[in-house]
Design a protein around this ligand. Structure first.
Ligand code: HAM
Length: 493
């Protein structure tokens, strides 16, 4: 009996321990720092200059070629991409972040922009506008892919879509726009171009392709075995080495284009030649989305010979408008570039982007001076020709000047009790370390004049003394003596 009791108490001890252990784990988990979701990342302030540069170039290209900005919602109905991108594609089959909302709607975080752009074109009756309607977009997308270098679950694209025109000049110009955006950023790339013809050329081609691969089915990777029945064109862009070898002898789509598709493609290529663009005809690119027909293309960095991390891609999608319920026979063409991969390439190639420039720092010492400086800052802020910074939360002049040094500003405006009383301000040239007292009401004019000279390349010499001109940001002792209230702090900088 006693033994039984002992066993029972041992058991309950263990259960209690387990419970405590679980509770501790739960608390630890609750206390653990929360990090970003797998495959997603923060873009930190120090990296923003690269992203901003890419956005600037993209916006400039949109202006240069007349594409107007469109922003579509991040959430769309699942149906849009199932119908638009294709139920059999990797994106729709495996990669969509989808959920049912409180109202019972099946929604997804958008995995791409093209279907959304076409939805907007139809929804807002844009076929009544001058064609083609030309969209430019930029924003985040979501695909639940296996996270790896250059492949994120939240990534960014900018892109251009031209809806309502089938002229091959449009295909060539879009190809040019993508290439120009990389070139303007200093990235060397080679354009990979192909045509997958129209539906009828493709049906013919698929038959011979399946016949070719069926005979070699044993040698295919597992995914390609499935592709053989579900999406045979994708056999051609498998990156597995065994499958890569097989594709060398595979039949090529270009040999199966009908006369119209061939003529269209020849014209596109003719324009590319005329524009002297670096392109290769690559019969193996097929693109992973079902809406394409005729021209398709990708941008590979010059050193990415296998195209493992395409920087962008696009093509013609003449059937998508109809597929999404719009008017029959509405041709369209577009492209999208991946910002994440472009930024990574810029960093890999050490492509320099200048830091944000601050021209003038406003420093203050004492309560009355702080108030005056805050007001002055608001008046100077919209000046349109120079940028300013401040640290009004700081009281120590030394700390403010250290900050101004760190920001590499050209000038610091310093205001103390004495200056408030006299209606003046001290203008300090940070390069020469020289300062002079100027009338408070002439600040903006003086700064503009001096900064203009700086930008012209001239070093401003406020003193006649050559030695002083060479001095660093340190303030000469005799000046410190003249500074009244500010002297102690300035002397310490
Ligand atoms: P896409 O090839 O799926 O095409 O994507 C275009 C570019 O987005 C890729 O070349 C790549 O740079 C970037 N990208 C794609 N997935 C990821 C990822 N998981 N992580 C980082 N970057 C990625 C489209 O999306 C089509 N809508 C393009 C288009 C526009 N076709 C016609 N119009």
């Amino acid at each position: 009996m006693l033994k039984k009791k002992a066993i029972i108490s041992q058991k309950s001890n263990k259960t209690a321990e387990r419970k405590t252990g679980k509770a501790v784990k739960k608390i630890r988990r609750a206390k653990k720092n929360i990090a970003t979701v797998t495959g997603m990342r923060d873009i930190l302030p120090q990296d923003q200059k690269y992203w901003e540069k890419v956005r600037q170039v993209a916006k400039q290209i949109s202006i240069d070629y007349g594409y107007d900005r469109i922003d579509t919602p991040v959430l769309e109905l699942t149906e849009l991409f199932v119908r638009g991108v294709g139920a059999q594609t990797d994106i729709v089959e495996k990669e969509m972040f989808s959920f049912t909302d409180q109202g019972g709607d099946n929604l997804v975080l958008r995995p791409e922009f093209t279907a959304a752009a076409v939805r907007a074109y139809i929804q807002h009756g844009m076929l009544n506008q001058i064609q083609p309607v030309k969209f430019f977009y930029l924003g985040p997308l979501f695909r639940h892919e296996k996270p790896q270098s250059g492949r994120y679950r939240q990534f960014f694209q900018f892109g251009f879509e031209a809806i309502g025109e089938e002229n091959p000049a449009l295909d060539a110009q879009l190809i040019l726009m993508g290439w120009n955006s990389l070139n303007d950023l200093g990235i060397e790339s080679v354009i990979q171009v192909n045509s997958i013809g129209c539906m009828s050329c493709r049906e013919e081609y698929k038959k011979v392709l399946v016949k070719y691969y069926k005979a070699k089915a044993k040698l295919l990777c597992e995914s390609c075995k499935t592709r053989l029945t579900k999406n045979p064109l994708r056999l051609l862009d498998c990156k597995e080495s065994g499958c890569q070898e097989l594709k060398d002898d595979a039949p090529q789509i270009l040999d199966y284009l009908d006369d119209n598709c061939k003529e269209h493609f020849m014209k596109v290529v003719g324009y590319l030649d005329e524009l002297d663009l670096p392109y290769v005809l690559n019969p193996y690119i097929v693109r992973g989305l079902d809406y394409y027909n005729r021209t398709i293309f990708e941008y590979w960095a010059i050193d990415d010979v296998e195209g493992k991390n395409a920087l962008g891609g696009g093509g013609r999608y003449d059937g998508l408008v109809t597929m999404l319920g719009g008017r029959e026979d509405t041709p369209a063409c577009g492209l999208a570039m991946g910002l994440d991969r472009i930024v990574a390439k810029m960093r890999e190639k050490n492509i320099e982007v200048p830091d944000k420039r601050v021209d003038v720092f406003v420093a203050q010492l004492g309560d009355a001076a702080k108030k005056k400086a805050m007001l002055m800052y608001e008046n100077l802020r919209p000046n349109g020709s120079f940028t300013i910074a401040q640290a009004f939360h700081k009281d120590s002049l030394k700390k403010q000047l250290e900050l101004a040094n760190k920001m590499k500003v050209k000038f610091t405006l310093i205001i103390g009790q004495k200056e408030v009383g006299e209606g003046t301000i001290m203008l300090r040239d940070m390069q020469g370390g020289v300062q002079e007292v100027i009338d408070f009401n002439k600040i903006e004019k003086e700064l503009k004049k001096r900064l203009e000279k700086y930008r012209e390349g001239a070093v401003i010499d406020l003193t006649a003394d050559e030695e002083e001109k060479e001095s660093s940001t340190e303030i000469p002792e005799e000046d410190v003596a003249d500074l009244g209230d500010l002297g102690d702090d300035l002397a310490a900088v």
